[in-house]
Design a protein around this ligand. Structure first.
Ligand SMILES: CC(=O)SCCNC(=O)CCNC(=O)[C@H](O)C(C)(C)COP(=O)(O)OP(=O)(O)OC[C@H]1O[C@@H](n2cnc3c(N)ncnc32)[C@H](O)[C@@H]1OP(=O)(O)O
Ligand SMILES: CC(C)C(=O)C(=O)O
Ligand SMILES: [Mg+2]
Length: 569
């Protein structure tokens, strides 16, 4: 036993004292907890802007273009393509989208800009000729940023927003309209609600949105600072109090600093938001933007069409990894390499039974334990749903033998074979691939390379006038030497086991027998399983042959060899 000389410190009380609790929202009559999400929001991808600005090496043209095509194919109708006034790459990409991007008529390009005149002018140059683009302007409104970044009071910060709103709407009007607008009180979650409301209302008053050209008010959780219910309260409060609500689209833009971006977004939608900005698999500043694929598939699991096509999740993953030059972890919801895989025995058993029940029931609804969605709905196969290691059980092994090789092991053989596999996985301490499990089965039960007895052939003939009784004469080899053995029984199995018992001097009988075909077609092979009782217990053997009787007799020989092994013969 190790005895510590110092007591273990519990917690970190001194450091915790540096932080303040986030204030609750006074909204005792909140109604969002009573709501459910029953339709998809308007989706806006910010991969090419917020996602891009967080990368070690931001995207060049090729990486952006590939991502852009994917986003269009997935069905995004609003795509923030960059911050064109910030870099030549983003400017050129905006021009490429407008001139060569083949942007469908129902897709709006969106660009971000700060509330600074020279940047706004450049932004309009970038969008010249675009169809219904969205100019997204923002300024920080939080108490902290007002104080330490801008050194301005609320009026000063509001002025930044309203000046920009005026300039942007004037410039759009000058070129004959056709623009849409979005305003973000950036760092909204660090802004007092009354201040955010005042600034948003001031912007709305200038933009003068209409039913045909609504203003997007984006309420970002720029930094996620509190539990998701607090964000939902903030959204419901804003939805209730904003002027001209009917001509506004309320948008969420959650980040994931506390790891609850998904929950915050879902509760925000319940609280009345219409739109979500996020990125594929949640790339973005720090711990990321909210992951729109997970959001969409969460809706999907509730029977709601997410209006985003995630049916080829491997392509989405591939483009994500190429364009962002990042790897998706194995446990990432819906897409990770391991998220449809069970290694543990009881999960495998339940999945195995669930899959069988689903096939038999032939119902349109999905219900398989431990698999919240059908992997095929996102283009994944059933191949990896069960993998074998030392945590696995007989159900998982049986599933692999059935699915990968069409071998339907009888229950008692599953128990026997599992012990064998468990020995190997414990010894090796690693996953045992399906191919090796199959190989091991063939070696142990069918091919038996070093075994003493081999079956060669047999024939039967009647025993005088004894009705129903036949003699089975079989050729076998014993340690390579040809032998002819004989026994009596009601059929070939019965007679053959009698012949072997006499020849080996060991009392053998059949405790269980089953068989099934292995492939379809005229020269289909069959597999036979025989559980043989012997003085020390029972043991299984298996045989594979195009002739079912031969397969059965081979199975008996296989079991007999295993009996001999236990007796050291
Ligand atoms: C939460 C978000 O994701 S916001 C988006 C952030 N994304 C990016 O910043 C990526 C692209 N940005 C850039 O390439 C650069 O920051 C640029 C080109 C936009 C600006 O570069 P620079 O002019 O060199 O400015 P820099 O960013 O260092 O400084 C910001 C200045 O703009 C002011 N500012 C910052 N944001 C805003 C805003 N939204 N509106 C008005 N002024 C702003 C700051 O107060 C600061 O003013 P100061 O010079 O008087 O101190
Ligand atoms: C520009 C804004 C919307 C942003 O990215 C954020 O606040 O996180
Ligand atoms: Mg952001």
């Amino acid at each position: 036993m190790i005895v510590r000389s110092h007591p273990i410190k519990t917690g970190m009380p001194e450091a915790a004292a540096k932080y303040q609790p986030y204030p609750q929202v006074a909204l005792p009559d909140r109604i969002w907890p009573t709501k459910t999400i029953d339709k998809a929001p308007i989706w806006c991808s910010v991969d090419l802007r917020d996602g891009n600005q967080s990368l070690v090496d931001p995207m060049g043209h090729d990486r952006k273009a590939r991502m852009f095509h994917l986003l269009v194919d997935m069905g995004f109708k609003e795509i923030e393509i960059g911050f064109p006034s910030a870099s030549q790459t983003d400017f050129d990409f905006a021009r490429w989208c407008v001139e060569e991007g083949n942007v469908p008529a129902d897709v709006s390009l969106q660009v971000l800009v700060q509330c600074r005149p020279e940047l706004i002018t450049r932004t309009f140059e970038a969008l010249d000729g675009a169809h219904k683009p969205i100019v997204h302007f923002y300024n920080s409104t939080s108490e902290l940023q007002r104080r330490v970044v801008f050194a301005k009071d609320v009026a000063g910060i509001k002025q930044i927003a309203t000046d920009a709103a005026k300039m942007i709407t004037d410039m759009a009007a000058k070129v004959g309209g056709g623009y849409r607008f979005e305003y973000s009180p950036e760092s909204f979650t660090g802004t007092e609600l009354e201040v955010a409301l005042e600034i948003c209302n001031a912007v709305t008053e200038i933009v003068r949105p209409t039913p045909d050209n609504k203003l997007i008010i984006n309420l970002p959780s720029t930094v996620e600072m509190a539990t998701p219910n607090v964000y939902a309260d903030q959204i419901e409060w804003m939805c209730r109090n904003l002027d001209n609500r009917e001509n506004l689209i309320i948008s969420l833009h959650p980040h994931n600093d506390r790891g609850t971006g998904i929950a915050a977004t879902e509760l925000g939608l319940m609280a009345g938001a219409d739109r979500v900005e996020g990125t594929l698999f949640g790339n973005g500043e720090r711990t990321g933007n909210v992951d729109v694929v997970t959001l969409a598939l969460n809706m999907f699991t509730q029977g709601v069409d997410p209006k985003l096509d995630c049916s080829d999740i491997e392509r989405i993953k591939e483009v994500y990894e190429y364009s962002n030059q990042m790897i998706i972890p194995e446990r990432h919801p819906y897409v990770g390499e391991l998220v449809y895989t069970a290694f543990s025995g009881s999960h495998q058993d339940a999945i195995n039974k669930g899959m069988k029940a689903l096939k038999q029931a032939n119902k349109p609804t999905w219900e398989v334990p431990y698999l919240p969605i059908d992997p095929r709905d996102v283009g994944r196969s059933y191949e990896a749903i069960i993998r074998i290691n030392s945590q696995s059980g007989k159900g998982g092994i049986a599933y692999i033998m059935q699915e990968d090789y069409g071998i339907n092991l009888p229950r008692n053989l599953q128990i026997e074979f599992r012990e064998d596999i468990q020995r190997i996985t414990d010894e090796e301490g690693k996953e045992l691939p399906s191919k090796r499990i199959h190989q091991h089965f063939l070696e142990r039960y069918v091919e038996q390379p070093g075994a003493r007895i081999k079956f060669v052939d047999h024939h039967t003939y009647p025993v005088g006038d004894h009705k129903g009784l036949r003699v089975v004469a079989a050729e076998i080899t014993d340690r390579g030497e040809a032998k002819r053995i004989e026994g009596k029984g009601t059929g070939p199995i019965d007679g053959f086991i009698n012949a072997l018992s006499i020849y080996l001097g060991v009392e053998l009988s059949v405790a269980d027998y089953s068989e099934h075909s292995l492939q379809h077609g005229s020269n289909a092979a069959a597999i036979a399983y025989v559980e043989v009782e012997h003085p020390g217990g029972t043991l299984f053997g298996a045989g594979i042959n195009t002739n079912i009787v031969a397969a059965s007799l081979e199975a008996i020989v296989s079991a007999a060899n295993r009996v001999l092994e236990t007796r050291g013969k």
